[in-house]
Design a protein around this ligand. Structure first.
Ligand SMILES: N[C@@H](Cc1ccccc1)C(=O)O
Length: 499
């Protein structure tokens, strides 16, 4: 039998009784591992060898992990320093930190693990080490040492180390190769290397030799470095998908300014001017001239709703209402400003029911960045204007919308908004953590909102969080996995948004 040279080498090196890995065969044949892999696949396809694959996990200490393995965990060092400073009593934190020779971010790391791991209490600037704590039996320290020594550690402590970024895990496919009976027979009958070439050269072309050579077959299964081109961010891809779904449900898209007058962002929504959300704590005010282009008659009707309410038995806020305040420009904290612009007729003229509109756009809030909050995020805004709408219509719309994303267990909770009545929040269950997370807010616009806008029928409306939808779809639990410097590149590269 004639086979390509690399296959002959592998076949000779393989054994019918002992499994050999690609690495072992590469060593024995002096071929590159990828060449061996290619040869092995070809031999397997010809029935001459059999291959079993197992996935193994490689655990590697990060630089920080190596450092702690050498110098000790920061919390352990802090504990020992606390004992040194004072035998078991409570001591000022600054003094202990000074004595511990911990510096920079390690201080925070030490403090945050100190109490968690039972090394003592931290109380108004004092550290009280627990005399009974035993740093010598610190599980995490022991696990780091075991990993350095190449020993096994339990899954629990490994998870802990991974969550502290002290280790990273990689998966590796190990292929073990043995000769089949046919392989043994072929070897006994004699296997010779056929001349094969894996590339065409100019010389072969000019000499005409190319007509006679045997080409190595392509091995499309060989391990190869991944090629990564640019691609749309999964958030953007999901936004596009949301737009497709909503257009499919009969909605038209709204557009409008990111920086808008408070009038559209808040006043039209019957948000009292002294509402806490309207202070500089929550919004990003802009130092730009006030907005001129607001219909005067609408301003009059909104002012009157705030002062006196609407209808015969209406009631307003009876507190001052300032037009200057309403014209001031800020970054929108929700895209309900767009809904106000459209419902008022200011954007596309007066609208006759039924109507459906949506937007998938950015909003800005002066929140504190954490795993579920960003300062800028995307809202899926929407509303339906029609006669005789009910909360049942609203719920049904959400059920239909989310079902397009495979989410079928939405929960509803009564809520309060100054501009809707009734109102409710939407929750979805996180596929990994099992937690219920808030994914949106909604309701039926109240009379005080609709009447000044000149709308005479019902309007149901909502604002849903696009990033939260993504969390439910892809199971990550920190929004910073998809944004900013801490993002999870593998997640961003590998996640495919279904069309
Ligand atoms: N503006 C609300 C969402 C909402 C829109 C319309 C009606 C009711 C609620 C928010 O940002 O949370």
């Amino acid at each position: 039998m004639r086979l390509p040279e690399s296959q002959v080498a592998v076949l000779n090196a393989a054994s019918a009784t002992d499994e050999q890995t690609i690495a072992q065969l590469a060593e024995e044949t002096d071929l590159k591992p990828e060449t061996v892999t290619g040869a092995v696949f070809d031999l397997r396809d010809d029935g001459l060898v059999s291959v079993t694959e197992t996935v193994e996990e490689d655990i590697e200490l990060t630089d920080e992990g190596v450092e702690y393995a050498d110098d000790g965990l920061p919390e352990v060092r802090l504990y020992r320093a606390a004992l040194d400073v004072d035998d078991g009593e409570s001591v000022p934190m600054g003094q202990v930190i000074g004595a511990s020779s911990l510096g920079g971010p390690q201080v925070d790391i030490a403090l945050s693990n100190f109490a968690r791991k039972g090394y003592g209490r931290i109380d108004s600037g004092e550290l009280a080490p627990d005399a009974d704590a035993d740093p010598d039996s610190d599980e995490e320290a022991a696990a780091l040492a075991a990993l350095v020594a190449g020993d096994e550690v339990t899954a629990d402590v490994l998870d802990q180390l991974e969550s502290r970024n002290l280790v990273v895990r990689h998966e590796r496919t190990i292929r073990a190769v043995t000769l089949t009976d046919e392989g043994v027979t072929a070897l006994m009958e004699g296997v010779e290397a056929a001349e094969t070439v894996d590339r065409l050269t100019p010389e072969m072309l000019t000499s005409g030799e190319w007509e006679d050579v045997e080409f190595t077959e392509y091995n499309v299964e060989a391990d190869a470095p991944g090629v990564r081109g640019g691609k749309k961010h999964i958030l953007r891809q999901t936004a596009d998908r949301v737009k497709d779904v909503l257009v499919g449900m009969g909605f038209a898209e709204m557009e409008g300014p990111h920086a808008d007058a408070d009038f559209w962002i808040n006043d039209c929504l019957f948000m009292p001017q002294d509402h806490p959300a309207r202070t500089h704590w929550d919004r990003f005010a802009l130092d730009v001239p006030p907005m001129e282009d607001i219909p005067e008659d609408l301003i009059d009707r909104v002012r009157s709703a705030h002062l006196n309410g609407v209808g015969d038995d209406g009631d307003g806020y009876h507190s001052p209402w300032s037009e200057d305040f309403a014209r001031a420009v800020a970054l929108r904290g929700h895209t309900t400003s767009l809904s106000m612009r459209y419902l008022s007729g200011h954007e596309v003229g007066e609208l006759e029911p039924p109507q459906r509109y949506f937007s998938v756009e950015k909003v800005y809030r002066n929140d504190t960045l954490d795993p579920t909050h960003l300062l800028e995020f995307y809202q899926i805004e929407g509303w339906v204007m029609a006669e005789d709408l009910s909360v049942r219509d609203l719920m049904g719309t959400f059920e239909e919308f989310y079902s397009h994303f495979g989410i079928t267990d939405i929960q509803f909770k009564p809520h309060y908004n100054p501009y809707t009545e009734p109102s409710f929040e939407l929750f979805g269950r996180h596929p990994e953590t099992g937690e219920l997370i808030e994914i949106g807010n909604s309701g039926m616009f109240r009379e005080e909102v609709l009447s000044p806008l000149g709308v005479e029928c019902d309007v149901m409306a909502w604002g849903l969080a696009l990033e939260r939808l993504l969390m439910l779809m892809y199971g990550f639990d920190d929004i910073r996995d998809v944004h900013g410097t801490m993002c999870d590149l593998d997640l961003l590269r590998e996640t495919e948004v279904l069309k």
